[in-house]
Design a protein around this ligand. Structure first.
Ligand code: AMP
Length: 292
C-alpha cells in the first residue's frame, strides 16, 4: 500500500493509471477507520483497478472547534487496517497541502438540502464537505466514489452536486454498517461510555420498531405524537437495560422525500422516503436514518 502525502505525488500515481485506461475508485474519509469505512474500500476494490482512500480531517466542515479538536486521529492504526484489506493508495495530506494560502472557498447554493437538518444545525458543514470533495475529485479524477448511507444527507447532496456540475465520477451509495445491536458504526462512538452506547443502540431499535407505524400513520397531526412515542421507546429500552436515559435528547426527527429532499408531513404509498434523526447522548451527537 502506497502512502501519499502530496498532491504532486498523488497526481503522478493517478496519471500512470489513467494512461493505462485503468479504473480508479475513491473513498474519502476523515480517518479513525472502522468497518463502515472498510466496506466502502472493499466495494471499491471489487469494482476498480486502483482504490485510493483519503484520510483528511477537513477543518472547514466543522462548525464547532471543540468537535474538530476532539475528532479522533489514529493514522498508524488506520494504515494497518487499510493495508489488511489491500487498499492500494492512502492519501493523507496535511492541511496546507489541501488549502494553500491562496485557496478560495466556493459558496455552493445549488440545493435547499444544503441548509436544512444537518445544514441548519451545523451551518457551513456541507459547504465545507463540497469544497474538499471538489478538490479531491480534481486530484484523483475517480471513475467511482463511495459514500455511506450513514450520512444520508451528505450522500444525497454529493449525488446532486455530481449532476449539477457534470462530474463524470459515478457516486456509489453504500449501506450503513452496524454493530450486532444495530448501532451505526461511527468514529464518534469511541467517545461514548458503555452506558451511552446502550442508549445509542436503543435509538436504532426504536426507529426500526416504529417503521411500520410511521409508514402508515405519519401525518402532520400526529408527527409530535410519533416523536414522543419514539422517545418513550428509547427510554423504555434503556430502562430495560437498567440505564437512565436522561442524557438523551432528540435534536430532530424528520422525514424527507428522497427525490427532492423536502421535509414532508404527509406520505404517499408510491413514493420513497427517508427518516432522519439526530440525537444527543450526553455531549455526543449522533445521526442515523432508515428508509421507509
Ligand atoms: P467519515 O470518515 O465519517 O467522514 O466517513 C467517511 C465515509 O464513510 C462517508 O461516506 C460515510 O458516510 C461513510 N461511513 C461512515 N460510517 C459508516 C457506516 N457505519 N457504514 C457505512 N458507511 C459509513
Amino acid at each position: 500500500m502506497k502512502i501519499v502525502r502530496t498532491v504532486k505525488e498523488l497526481s503522478k500515481v493517478v496519471e500512470n493509471y489513467k494512461k493505462l485506461k485503468k479504473q480508479i475508485g475513491f473513498v474519502p474519509t476523515m480517518g479513525s477507520i472502522h468497518d463502515g469505512h472498510i466496506k466502502l474500500v472493499k466495494d471499491s476494490i471489487i469494482e476498480n483497478d486502483l482504490t485510493v482512500c483519503s484520510i483528511f480531517v477537513n477543518p472547514i466542515q466543522f462548525n464547532n472547534l471543540e468537535d474538530l479538536e476532539n475528532y479522533p486521529r489514529e493514522e498508524k492504526t488506520d494504515f494497518i487496517k487499510l493495508r489488511k484489506v489491500f487498499c492500494d493508495v492512502v492519501f493523507a495530506p496535511d492541511e496546507a497541502e489541501i488549502y494553500p494560502e491562496d485557496f478560495k472557498k466556493i459558496k455552493f447554493r445549488f440545493s435547499n438540502a444544503l441548509s436544512i437538518l444537518e445544514g441548519e444545525k451545523r451551518p457551513g458543514h456541507f459547504n465545507g464537505v463540497l469544497n474538499v470533495v471538489k478538490l479531491l475529485f480534481e486530484f484523483i479524477k475517480p471513475d467511482r466514489a463511495y459514500f455511506g448511507e450513514k450520512d444520508y444527507q451528505q450522500l444525497w447532496i454529493i449525488s446532486k452536486f455530481k449532476i449539477r456540475f457534470n462530474i463524470p465520477t459515478e457516486i456509489k451509495p453504500v449501506v450503513t454498517v452496524r454493530s450486532k445491536n444495530g448501532l451505526a458504526l461511527s468514529s464518534r462512538n469511541k467517545r461514548m461510555n458503555s452506558k451511552q452506547i446502550i442508549i445509542a443502540q436503543a435509538v436504532y431499535k426504536a426507529l426500526t420498531d416504529l417503521r411500520k407505524k410511521v409508514k402508515f400513520y405519519f401525518n402532520q397531526k400526529n408527527k409530535n405524537k410519533i416523536e414522543k412515542k419514539l422517545l418513550k421507546k428509547i427510554k423504555l429500552e434503556s430502562v430495560g437495560n437498567a440505564i437512565s436515559s436522561n442524557s438523551l435528547k432528540i435534536e430532530y426527527f424528520e422525514i424527507v422525500d428522497v427525490e427532492n429532499f423536502n421535509i414532508v408531513d404527509t406520505l404517499f404509498l408510491e413514493k420513497k422516503y427517508r427518516v432522519l434523526i439526530a440525537v444527543y447522548v450526553g455531549k455526543i451527537r449522533l445521526i442515523d436514518n432508515i428508509s421507509i
